[in-house]
Design a protein around this ligand. Structure first.
Ligand SMILES: [Zn+2]
Length: 247
């Protein structure tokens, strides 16, 4: 489904050794490594743990990167892994800021989705879903954050910026990601019913555009989906209560 994504990955095996590979389905590949079926090189070194991954658009890019990593000394590989950990910490920090935006939406009865845009280590745009209060479909969290960042930076081109959003963007917002030339988008929870960054379709990852957006998925996924689940649970209870009162 997600044909634009090829992954290079490093596993830490049970004996401490590192194994490098590439795949177009990271989840299934990990399962194979851990079950031992179809992954013979790690079979005697199970269980394995995923410690690093990079996403590429084409198979040949992923394969040449895999070859590059395989040639690295162990110390170099460890540095690569640690660098990634640093980035993950930073991603989590900004995703928390996006979650705080989502909470603002929940407070006014809007579906809690939040977004921040970061440029050179500072937040230049914030937004939370205000579709009902503003009565316009354009008031998605991402659109508001893009608008704010563009005003602040004085340019519609948001090159060098990273967007952090608590829920996988829709078709409009993922189109805006490409249009605004944002470098990278970090997604919290996926949206299997309407998401356009890998769920239904992968708009920013399509190789058709002259600008592609690097996507990182699943950062603070649990927190991001919890806030939505809680919102809808309370909404259902409220509807039920109102019905009872009407009777
Ligand atoms: Zn949207």
């Amino acid at each position: 489904m997600d044909q634009a994504s090829q992954y290079v990955y490093i596993l830490r095996c049970s004996d401490g050794t590192l194994y490098t590979g590439w795949t177009n389905n990271l989840e299934r590949r990990l399962e194979a490594h851990n079950s031992g079926e179809g992954a013979k090189y790690t079979r005697s070194r199970r269980p394995v743990e995923l410690v690093y991954s990079e996403a590429y658009v084409t198979k040949s890019e992923a394969m040449s990167r895999e070859a590059e990593i395989k040639k690295m000394r162990r110390a170099e590989k460890l540095m690569l892994i640690e660098g990634k950990d640093q980035r993950l910490l930073e991603d989590e920090r900004y995703m928390r800021a996006a979650l705080r935006e989502a909470e603002k939406a929940a407070k006014i009865g809007e579906v809690p989705i939040g977004c921040v845009i970061v440029s050179q280590g500072r937040i230049v745009g914030r937004g939370y879903n205000r579709r009902n209060t503003r009565k316009t479909t354009l008031a998605h969290a991402e659109m508001i954050a893009i608008d704010q960042a563009s005003r602040r930076l004085g340019d519609w081109r948001l090159e060098g910026c990273t967007m952090y959003v608590t829920l996988e963007p829709c078709q409009m917002c993922s189109g805006a990601l490409v249009q605004s030339r944002i470098d990278r988008c970090v997604v919290g929870a996926m949206n299997p019913k309407a998401g356009c960054v890998g769920s239904l379709i992968d708009i920013p990852g399509m190789p058709l555009w002259n600008h592609t957006v690097e996507i990182t998925r699943g950062v603070l996924e649990e927190e991001c989906s919890k806030i939505l689940k809680l919102f809808f649970k309370e909404l259902r209870q409220r509807v039920k209560r109102d019905k009872v009162e009407m009777i």
